[in-house]
Design a protein around this ligand. Structure first.
Ligand SMILES: [Zn+2]
Length: 68
């Protein structure tokens, strides 16, 4: 996969579009699958939540960054 696909531009910020493995650290990206992400190094698998709870989503929002 081309390196440029690891990132996507959001506004003026460079944001990682791929998750890294929480076990292996930030140097190890997880493979994207249709319904899950998997670490090829330690086989850690994280299933994507199709119906995220509103409260859970709120917690991951960055505070004090409103676009008008
Ligand atoms: Zn891992």
């Amino acid at each position: 996969m081309p390196k440029r696909d690891l990132y996507k531009i959001e506004g003026e910020k460079l944001v990682r579009s791929r998750r890294h493995c929480p076990k292996c650290g930030e140097g190890t990206f997880m493979a994207e699958h249709k319904d899950r992400t998997t670490c090829g190094n330690c086989q850690y698998t994280e299933f994507k939540n199709k119906d995220p709870k509103p409260e859970a989503a709120k917690k991951e929002e960055k505070p004090a960054e409103k676009k008008e």
